[in-house]
Design a protein around this ligand. Structure first.
Ligand SMILES: [Zn+2]
Ligand SMILES: [Zn+2]
Length: 254
C-alpha cells in the first residue's frame, strides 16, 4: 500500500478509528497501560505474520489501524476526558502527518525483506515471545529504559542496512520496529492531549523536563535548561530531539 492509498483508507475509516480509540481509552484508562498493551500487540502482530495467521494485506491494514487508533486513544487519555472528541479531531491531521509517511516506508521495506527471503514466513527458529522490545536482557526488569539516543524509525532501516546491523531483518527486530509505530508513540500523543487540555485550562507557560539520566540526549537537556517558556513555544517530547519516540521528557504547565 503506498502512502496515498494509506491516507485514503485512513480518511475513509476515520469515524471507525475514533470509535475504536474511545473504546481503547476506556478499556486501558492510563497511558502506561495502553503503551504496554500495544507493545504486547506488536509481538502478537509480528508473530501472526510470521506464522502465516494473517495475509500480508491484513497485516498491513492492521498496522495502519493500530497506529492510528493507539495514537488517537493516547490523545484522548491526555485530555482527561475534557472535550476529548474535539481534541482528537484537532490531533488527527498531526497523527496522520507524523505517522503515515514513515509507516508506508516501513511496510514497503518489510515487504521487500519478505519477498527477498530475508524474513522467512513460517520461520520459527527464534522464539521472540519473551524478547524484550527495549533490547534489554529477556526477563530482566529495567526501570530506566527511557531515553535511548537513536534515530527516527524512518531512518532506522536505512542506517541498519548501511551498518549491516540488520535489526529490522529478523523477526524479533521486526517486532521491535512495529512497537515504534503502535506502542512508543503513545507517550508523545498522550503529551499532545495533555497540552491541549493545559491550553484550555488557561495555562500560559510550559517547561520540558528531561529525565537527565545517561541516555538523555543533548537536545532534551537544552530544552530542560530553558525552563519556563510561553505555552506553545517548546516542542512536544520526541520532537526536536534525537531520542525520537524513546523520548520520555515530560511537560509541566502553569
Ligand atoms: Zn532527547
Ligand atoms: Zn526527551
Amino acid at each position: 500500500m503506498d502512502l496515498l492509498s494509506m491516507v485514503g483508507m485512513a480518511t475513509k475509516r476515520r469515524a471507525d478509528y475514533f470509535e475504536q480509540a474511545r473504546t481503547l481509552a476506556n478499556k486501558y484508562k492510563t497511558q502506561p497501560i495502553l503503551e504496554e498493551r500495544m507493545k504486547a500487540e506488536s509481538k502478537g502482530l509480528t508473530k501472526g505474520l510470521r506464522d502465516k495467521l494473517m495475509r500480508w494485506d491484513e497485516y498491513e491494514r492492521t498496522m495502519l489501524d493500530k497506529t492510528l487508533t493507539s495514537a488517537l486513544a493516547a490523545v484522548a487519555l491526555g485530555t482527561k476526558n475534557d472535550k476529548s472528541n474535539e481534541k482528537m479531531e484537532k490531533a488527527w491531521p498531526i497523527i496522520v502527518g507524523d505517522m503515515l509517511p514513515p509507516l508506508a516506508k516501513f511496510l514497503a521495506e518489510t515487504k521487500e525483506y519478505i519477498d527477498n527471503g530475508t524474513l522467512r514466513l513460517g520461520d520459527q527458529t527464534v522464539d521472540f515471545a519473551d524478547y524484550d522490545l527495549d533490547g534489554a536482557i529477556p526477563g530482566a526488569i529495567n526501570l530506566d529504559v527511557d531515553e535511548l539516543e537513536g534515530i527516527n524509525p524512518e531512518e532506522e532501516g536505512i542506517t541498519e542496512a548501511k551498518q549491516g546491523r540488520a535489526i529490522g531483518q529478523t523477526w524479533a527486530g521486526l517486532a521491535n520496529r512495529v512497537s515504534r509505530y503502535i506502542a512508543n508513540p503513545v507517550y508523545a500523543f498522550f503529551c499532545l492531549g495533555e497540552y491541549m487540555f493545559a491550553q484550555d485550562q488557561g495555562n500560559k507557560e510550559m517547561r520540558r523536563v528531561a529525565r537527565m539520566d545517561k541516555r538523555t540526549c543533548k537536545d532534551c537537556k537544552n530544552y530542560d535548561l530553558q525552563g519556563w517558556q510561553p505555552i506553545g513555544s517548546l516542542p512536544m517530547p520526541g520532537k526536536g530531539c534525537t531520542c525520537y519516540d524513546h523520548c520520555r521528557c515530560f511537560i509541566e504547565y502553569r
